[in-house]
Ligand binder design. Sequence first.
Ligand code: FES
Ligand code: FES
Length: 158
Amino acid sequence: MTAYTLHVNGSERHFDTPRETSLLHLLRNDCGLNGPKYGCGLGQCGSCTVLVDGVAARSCVVPAHGVAGRHITTLEGLGTREAPHPVQQAFIDAQAAQCGYCLNGMVMATVALLARVPAPTQQQVRAELSHNLCRCGTHLEVLDAVQRAARRCAEGRP
Ligand code: FES
Ligand code: FES
């Protein structure tokens, strides 16, 4: 067992888990945060994406103890149903979901992208999200959502 502390969605949390516990399992099983999804478990689909100190990371392949002391943000840490994050609102407006399984990864990757590149080109968006898999084929709506999100953030709109 390994003891460590993480900052999860703004709260300091203490854990004592087996060394092989992934960040995804810790968040879902110990923190009850089901925004990040288990898809491939191999770091290939993006459905488990969270932010580690603001950078997108695939939590299924990150050992939880390996990010001790870092700030973790999950989908739940972005906004609420009443007051969604601008990126969440943009995805709603663009109706960029069918089954929704990929949506966590698409949203979290977009938040990370816009923090680095506030007005990305279509090419930059495609490159950033090219390894976030959507089996339902919502790619065009997702591209639209990212551009809507960039405009919302630039205008300071919620
Ligand atoms: S579940 Fe983590 S990348 Fe697929
Ligand atoms: S909406 Fe179903 S996997 Fe993307």
